[in-house]
Design a protein around this ligand. Structure first.
Ligand SMILES: [Zn+2]
Length: 52
């Protein structure tokens, strides 16, 4: 079993069960919590077009 993020072999049973290393799992979670830049909701887009 190899971590798909860093391509390093997973050693612990927990990591193998999850399919990812603990460090990379944390990185992915932190990255998932970050808001995507340039992401505009449809409401903001419509309000922007009508706000003349
Ligand atoms: Zn990894």
């Amino acid at each position: 079993m190899i971590c798909p993020v860093c391509n390093r072999p997973l050693k612990s049973k927990e990591s193998i069960a999850k399919g990812i290393g603990p460090v990379c799992e944390t990185k992915i979670k932190d990255h998932a919590n970050e808001p995507l830049e340039g992401q505009t909701s449809i409401d903001d887009y419509l309000q922007g077009t009508h706000n003349d």
